[in-house]
Design a protein around this ligand. Sequence first.
Ligand SMILES: [Zn+2]
Ligand SMILES: [Zn+2]
Length: 108
Amino acid sequence: MTTDVSLTCIDCGDIFPFTVKDQEYFREHNYSTPVRCRSCRAKRRQLRAASEDRGVDAQPAAQQPATAGVRIVCSGCGQDAEVPFQPRTDRPVYCRACYEAHKSKRAS
Ligand SMILES: [Zn+2]
Ligand SMILES: [Zn+2]
């Protein structure tokens, strides 16, 4: 038989009740036992939402081509080069000159 239990919040150290109703709800949704009190959970949700907002705003700046240069060794000529994207490890990566040469070769 299920009874109300008291749990200790890992954030603020407060004892908070984990009621039978809560336990049923958590079991129904396959949640694990909560480790934070209600107010700390709400606080964390707010924090996460806020940081996600910031993350979206920060992304365009982080993807500026000027800062996105990745050093590679060209698979065509073996020279050091910089590409504006993260190259795939399972594909050869070419410097601009070799890339253009490959592209035009394939096109013709
Ligand atoms: Zn708390
Ligand atoms: Zn090259």
